[in-house]
Design a protein around this ligand. Structure first.
Ligand code: AMP
Ligand code: GLY
Length: 422
């Protein structure tokens, strides 16, 4: 089977690495890919949101499956584009329809979906510029910290947690007036959920589902969870506090009603669903849905899957996932992101990376890297995701950090405390 993966991050390298292990694979293309995916298949210079260019490539190269890594093409409707096209509709695409992708693309849609299907989440209200005053009154009924969320995609920056009412009222106005462009024309005010976060990953064909291992990621740039939010600085799977009882609650109260809700509302959904959860005194609440695998969670979760991922994707595309089961490696995986100096703010690119030849007991997933004249250089804020297995978290982290230290590039930065709170 000829497969095209869309995306260029650590998640896509991990997907490429996992799919490469499948006996069903005959050739692999990654668009646009990075220096890591280039070792597993052919990188293709294509934008993930240029659907006509993707169509030409898919038809010219007889691609038999497209796996979508990031959310942008999904929210822009790549699934619907394929379904509506006479030549493309037979080619399986792993990812939800545009409406399904609204679970990530619109906080308002996600909250209303959860209310319709009785899925536990924070109390909330949608506000627009016209109803600003209502928003102010609503904020007064809440306790700090105040949670304001831009409705649309805002590159992971659209959620504000504010300590004072005055600040919250002001920020609400600034958001509605275009702080995040159109993405914050609607703002969701949410009740703050106190607890510890984790994420659960689901693969679904829209009818049945398989629950992939859970993971915890570390979003802040600084140690001790301080400083600015990033795309994610590291991840651990499994999560020790997610015991059987908690995970059963997640399945019964969240995963089952979510998949049943998609089915009931005739929302086509063939792909990953990422459920961001807060564990509030042992009970799970949804903080966010994403319509894809996480990054860097994917670099910790996918290595734990022993089953053939391509075989599972085929079952998803045929709506036969109920016939499949998942074999999971019981060991712990940790992954740590090596990032460019300055990230998540401005950073430089093009720094030569050394020390990749000998990963030791780790797997190095590339994120922001590219090949220039045969050398691997930095090409993004998040550069590499160093992953290792261990019998427990301590062993996995020791292996990860040993490799992380050996890799060299100018301005290398990483958190040395991944897993500190577990
Ligand atoms: P989101 O983009 O929705 O994942 O939000 C970003 C981060 O804000 C989450 O990972 C949480 O740490 C935090 N957050 C979002 N919503 C809430 C909430 N209702 N209560 C507490 N923390 C939240
Ligand atoms: N690491 C967070 C995400 O993938 O959304």
């Amino acid at each position: 089977m000829k497969v095209l993966i869309l995306g260029s991050g650590g998640r896509e390298h991990a997907l490429a690495w996992k799919i490469s292990q499948s006996p069903l694979l005959t050739s692999l293309f990654v668009a646009p890919g990075n220096a890591g995916t280039a070792q597993l298949g052919t990188n293709v210079e294509l934008s993930v949101t240029d659907f006509p260019a993707i169509k030409s490539f898919v038809l010219e190269h007889d691609i038999e499956m497209v796996v979508v890594g990031p959310e942008a093409p999904l929210v822009a409707g790549i699934y619907d584009y394929f379904i509506a096209d006479r030549e493309l509709k037979k080619i399986p695409l792993i990812g939800p329809s545009k409406l399904g992708a609204s679970l990530e693309g619109s906080k308002k849609f996600a909250n209303e979906f959860m209310v319709r299907h009785n899925i536990p989440t924070a109390r909330y209200k949608n506000i627009t510029l016209d109803t600003y005053q209502e928003g102010v009154e609503y904020l007064k009924t809440m306790e700090p910290p105040y949670v304001l969320k831009a409705d649309g995609l805002a590159a992971g920056k659209g959620v504000l947690l504010l300590d004072s009412l005055k600040e919250a009222e002001q920020e609400l106005k600034v958001m509605l007036e275009g702080k995040f462009g159109d993405a914050s024309a609607n703002v969701v005010i949410e009740e703050f959920l106190p607890g510890i976060e984790l994420s659960v990953f689901v693969l679904t064909d829209g009818i049945s589902y398989l629950i992939f291992p859970e993971a915890k990621d570390y979003k802040r740039i600084g140690e001790g969870d301080t400083g600015l939010n990033t795309g994610g600085m590291g991840a651990i799977s499994p999560v020790p506090f997610a015991d059987k009882i908690f995970l059963r609650k997640v399945e019964e109260k969240i995963v089952k009603p979510t998949v049943a809700g998609l089915n009931k509302e005739n929302i086509d959904y063939k792909g990953f669903l990422y459920v961001g959860l807060m564990n509030v005194l042992g009970n799970p609440y949804v903080v966010e849905y994403n319509v894809r695998m996480g990054d860097p969670e994917g670099e910790a979760v996918l290595p734990r899957i022993k089953s053939d991922l391509l075989d599972l994707f085929m079952a998803v595309s045929r709506k036969k996932l109920r016939k499949k089961s998942l074999e999971i490696d019981a060991r712990t995986v940790s992954t740590v992101m090596l990032v460019s100096k300055g990230y998540p703010g401005a950073y430089e690119k093009g720094k030569e990376i050394n020390g990749l030849e000998d990963p030791g007991k780790s797997v190095i997933f590339h994120a922001g890297t590219k090949l220039t004249d045969g050398r691997v250089v930095t090409n993004g804020g998040r550069v590499l995701s160093v992953t290792a297995f261990g019998e427990d978290m301590t062993e996995a982290l020791a292996r990860t950090y040993k490799t992380a230290e050996r890799i060299q590039f100018e301005g290398k930065n990483y958190r040395r405390d991944i897993g500190y709170d577990l």
